[in-house]
Write a protein of this length. Structure first.
Length: 134
C-alpha cells in the first residue's frame, strides 16, 4: 500500500472550501457554506443558522441567497426557508427534520414541486418515504 505523496496532500490542503461573505455590524464575515444549516427570511433580512449554533442576520432577502446558494445544494422548502440538503435528516410532505433536531415547515406548493421534479426528489431519495408525499 503506497502512502500519499506530499504533492497530493498539498493539493488536498489547497482545495478551497466554498465560502459566503455576509455583513455583520459593519464587518464582513466569511462563512463556510458547508457549515450553514438553513436560512430563514425575516422580511428584507435573512437569518443564517450555522452548525456551531450561532445565527447571523444579513440585510439581503432570502430570494437573493436562493440564487446564490442553489448551486451549493440549498433547496427552497418554504417561502421563508432555504435548507442545506446535507443537513436534512428526514423529510415528509409537511416538514423537514434536520440532523440536529430542528424541524422546518415545507409548504404544500414546495412539497408538490419537489415530488414532481425528479432532480429535487433525488436529492432526498435517501430520506423520503414515498407514502409521506401527497
Amino acid at each position: 500500500m503506497s502512502q500519499p505523496s506530499l504533492f497530493s496532500l498539498l493539493q488536498l490542503e489547497a482545495t478551497p472550501v466554498p465560502r459566503l461573505c455576509i455583513h455583520i455590524g459593519g464587518l464582513v464575515r466569511a462563512i463556510d457554506i458547508q457549515n450553514i444549516l438553513y436560512l430563514q427570511s425575516e422580511v428584507n433580512y435573512t437569518r443564517f443558522f450555522v452548525k456551531d449554533g450561532k445565527t447571523y442576520l444579513e440585510a439581503k432577502t432570502l430570494k437573493y441567497f436562493d440564487k446564490v446558494l442553489e448551486e451549493n445544494g440549498f433547496i427552497r422548502i418554504h417561502k421563508s426557508y432555504l435548507v442545506n440538503k446535507n443537513a436534512v435528516g428526514t423529510m415528509t410532505a409537511d416538514h423537514v427534520l434536520l440532523k440536529n433536531g430542528t424541524q422546518l415547515p415545507v409548504s404544500r406548493r414546495k412539497a408538490r414541486a419537489l415530488k414532481r421534479n425528479d432532480g429535487m426528489v433525488s436529492l432526498f431519495s435517501k430520506v423520503c418515504e414515498p407514502r409521506s408525499w401527497y
